[in-house]
Design a protein around this ligand. Structure first.
Ligand code: NG1
Ligand code: ZN
Length: 460
């Protein structure tokens, strides 16, 4: 196997930045945009090699630093199933990104070509691209619209959710009652928002999606008549379904789920932790308040749903009103599994899922907003501290373990009658920024803001 002529020269013309070791982290390469020219070019080459290794299937390259400011940039590679790049290839990516001399580049590329296309590659047909589905959407804040618009600048899921404010471009939307969605730069976060009849703006965050999904799937599961797991005995309720939340989940959503008998478990903040926890269930539903999330179905459950559907279709079960209802509910479970991206939270498939559920329920966004629970007012702050590593938390990050005395002081705040009922505050060091985050919620926005402020004073 030979490298295409001119490739090395092209790559040598864009050298990697001096004195910088580039690393492929959990979210790919992330750095200041000016340092990543060579990396972007080389990831294009690596994507081609990875595609060869996957029998010609489509490989994705996501170009953005998610919700970060426009000066930051990032590039991560996505495998054909829509999941993160296979772990062995993360190392290849880093080696290629850091190769400096012509010889180094040549050696690594020849080695990768040999890995990607072993001497006698078996012929395989590439997957044809699927025809795009049509959805009638209005786009705002696009680059074409305005030359001065930057990614995530006064718009995007982070701006809307953390700031609890509408994005730029919504000024004329009052009175229209339309529903809007905000993604982040790499389209793995989704939040909804709208103006109500009175012209008041409302946010529907990840918690609202988790509850909508849980309600819908629990109803479908009950109505499907799906037999319990295992060969004999048992009850339909033996299937393990849970919603995984983080400490940032609005307390009203947790209460709503528990009141409905839907189990809620808590995991550490960050997609990898919540995803991992959700994998322990037959149906694991997870959404972070900021809009990351999805639903995953365990293998046994997925198989059981399919064989139940077959049985119903073959008429093994009698053709009654009950079985008609069961068929519809089972089809819904099958479709939900196909629509939702189970590899990773994905704003586009989450959006299609929400749209489908709303349509089936006959709900508009105001119904969704009012129909489940009312958010407790909350307030989040970011604190610049000298050394955030002195702070550590318990396993699900609901309590601060160090420095000593911090949690006790927060407990005193929460016990005060001024914040009762529903007052809750916690602090944790961010895993992605050099800050400590403070989250407070309470019965009114004023009390929540005061609670966050009082907690900040304790941290400083
Ligand atoms: P940190 O910076 O550790 O709070 C943030 C988000 C997480 C997750 C990660 C990226 C909040 C409060 N935190 O983490 O939910 O999205 O970025 O994976 O939104
Ligand atoms: Zn993102």
């Amino acid at each position: 196997q030979e490298l295409p002529p001119g490739l090395i020269a092209e790559l040598m013309a864009v050298p990697p930045p001096n004195g910088k070791k580039l690393a492929y982290g959990t979210a790919g390469f992330r750095d200041t945009a000016t340092l990543l020219d060579s990396t972007f070019q080389r990831m294009g080459v690596l994507a081609a090699l990875r595609s060869i290794a996957c029998g010609g299937q489509v490989i994705g390259l996501m170009v953005t630093a998610s919700h970060n400011a426009v000066e930051d940039n990032g590039v991560k590679m996505i495998d054909p199933a829509g999941s993160m790049l296979a772990i062995e290839w993360e190392g290849h990516a880093a080696t290629l990104a850091n190769a400096r001399t012509e010889e180094e580049l040549k050696a690594i590329l020849i080695a990768l070509l040999a890995i990607a296309a072993p001497a006698f590659p078996s012929p395989s047909t590439p997957t044809p691209p699927r025809p795009p589905a049509r959805l009638n959407v209005t786009l705002v804040n696009t680059a074409e619209e305005e030359n001065t618009l930057y990614l995530n600048d006064k718009c995007g899921a982070e701006f809307v959710q953390k700031g609890q404010q509408p994005p730029k471009g919504m000024e004329d939307e009052r009175d229209k009652g339309r529903r809007w969605a905000s993604f982040d730069g790499d389209a793995d976060r989704l939040v909804y928002h709208f103006y109500d009849q009175e012209g008041k703006w409302h946010l529907l965050d990840g918690d609202k999606m988790a509850v909508l999904a849980a309600d819908f799937l629990m109803d479908a599961l009950k109505e499907s008549g799906l037999p319990p797991p295992g060969d004999e005995g048992g009850q339909a309720g033996d299937w393990k379904v849970a919603v995984v939340q983080t400490a940032y989940a609005n307390g009203a959503s947790t209460r709503y789920l528990r009141d409905k008998g839907i189990p809620v478990v808590f995991a550490k903040t960050g997609v990898k932790y919540v995803h991992h926890e959700a994998e322990k269930y037959d149906i694991g539903i997870y959404f972070e308040a900021n809009g990351h999330g999805t639903v995953i179905f365990g293998e046994t459950m997925a198989k059981a749903i399919l064989s139940h559907k077959e049985k119903l279709e073959k008429g093994v079960v009698s053709e009654s009103e009950v079985s008609k209802k069961e068929k519809i509910a089972t089809t819904r479970l099958v479709c939900a599994q196909q629509l939702i991206n189970q590899a990773v939270g994905d704003a586009m498939s989450d959006l299609l899922f929400v749209e489908a559920v709303l349509r089936l329920k006959g709900w508009d966004i105001a119904d969704w907003h009012k129909g489940l629970y009312t958010d407790l007012p909350s307030k989040q702050l970011k604190l610049q501290v000298q050394d955030r590593t002195v702070m550590s938390c318990n396993k699900d990050e609901t309590r601060a373990m160090t420095p000593g005395g911090l949690q006790e002081a927060l407990d005193v705040l929460m016990a005060s009658s001024a914040v009762a009922p529903h007052g809750r505050v916690f602090v944790r060091p961010s895993g992605t920024e050099d800050v400590v985050r403070v989250y407070a919620e309470a019965a009114t926005p004023e009390i929540a803001a005061q609670l966050a402020l009082d907690a900040s004073k304790i941290v400083y």
